[in-house]
Design a protein around this ligand. Structure first.
Ligand code: FES
Ligand code: FE2
Length: 340
């Protein structure tokens, strides 16, 4: 007998904020996206305006609204021309003539909420259990911001988050990038859970080979890195890395869009305040981070079962896994919430 496992299309995931597209990709035409095994259409009403989301099926005869056109403040269905405003309400049925009463059921299905934040369009199909991830440094002077091209992968969203919160794999999966032998032992973690969110703090020694003050003897090679994770269920997280001796802060904001059971899209934003405003160094940081994510995805894609076990007794855990055990507890609690 095996316990519950979280798949990418678990209905409980409807009660969360999910990335659905890069905001820049929602332009003058409707954009079709997939989330939790369901098709949605994203559209700016009017052109250039705020983003609305609809289930990508017209309430009339089910035509894909993503094949429609923007008409002022409405999205016009390609089939019989019905128009829907941001709230989903139908504003026009051409076949009935001007002034005819609109049937109350003529409503396009809309999510509980849609929002543009961190360069991403987020959808909460139902009332979310946790707030949207905040990255306050985005608005702080001195930080450079860059987005990685989103990565579509055949991975489980739960496993991908598990991987992001996991510190014990660096020396192995990332031996060619961020892994150092010093990273093998995972140091103490301070985990604070608030509802369906958690904050985790830790500190560890590492060899700062990039610090020019090491060569001059001004600072020691072995320095301290302070890590702060902010997790928001189900699949969004930021990691802030503060370099205690050398100064400087790196932030990685990371979110996963569960498209369907065998597909996800991984969104990553980098924030750095230690690059002297140099766009070349920022581009280098982006391509380095791309390599790191590729290393993770390559292993995740080899999992035969892409679901995440939610029964804590099913796997073997050690002290270094406390963060990923807490992730399982939070997601198990999300699955246990009665539908509203
Ligand atoms: S199917 Fe959309 S208007 Fe008829
Ligand atoms: Fe990793």
């Amino acid at each position: 007998m095996t316990g519950p496992r979280l798949t990418n299309t678990d209905p409980a995931l409807r009660r969360g904020w999910h990335p659905a597209a890069m905001a820049v990709d929602v332009g003058e035409h409707p954009l079709s996206v997939e989330l939790l095994g369901e098709h949605w259409v994203l559209v700016r009403l009017p052109v250039g305006g705020p983003i609305s989301a609809f289930v990508d099926a017209c309430p009339h005869r089910g035509a894909p609204l993503s094949a429609g056109t923007i008409d002022g403040d409405s999205l016009r269905c390609p089939y019989h021309g019905w128009c829907f405003e941001a709230s989903g309400g139908c504003t026009e049925i051409p076949s009935m003539g001007v002034g005819a009463a609109i049937p109350p059921k003529a409503k396009a299905r809309v999510p509980y909420a849609v929002e543009e934040r961190h360069g991403i369009v987020w959808i909460a199909p139902e009332e979310p259990v946790a707030p949207l991830l905040e990255v306050p440094e985005e608005h702080e002077p001195g930080f450079m911001v860059a987005d990685l091209p989103p990565v579509r992968a055949r991975v489980g969203a739960g496993l991908m988050l598990d991987n992001f919160l996991d510190q014990a794999h660096f020396a192995f999966i990332h031996a060619a990038t961020i892994g150092t032998p010093e990273a093998e032992v995972v140091h103490d973690l301070d985990i604070e859970r608030h509802g369906f969110s958690m904050t985790v703090r830790s500190e560890h020694p590492f060899p700062n080979r990039e610090d020019p003050a090491v060569a001059t003897g001004e600072r020691p090679l072995i320095q301290t890195r302070r890590l702060t994770y902010e997790y928001r269920a189900p699949f969004a997280i930021s990691l802030r890395i503060d370099y205690v001796e050398a100064g400087g802060t790196n932030i990685l904001a990371f979110a996963v869009q569960p498209e369907r059971d065998d597909s996800c899209v991984v969104y990553t934003r980098i924030l750095r305040n230690d690059l002297d405003g140099d766009p070349h160094r920022l581009a280098e940081a982006v391509s380095f981070e791309q390599k790191v994510i590729d290393e993770d995805v390559r292993l995740q894609e080899r999992y035969r079962d892409r679901s995440l076990p939610l029964d804590i007794t099913e796997e073997v855990h050690v002290k270094a896994d406390r963060m990923t055990v807490e992730l399982r507890r939070i997601l198990a609690d999300l699955v246990a919430v009665e539908p509203g």
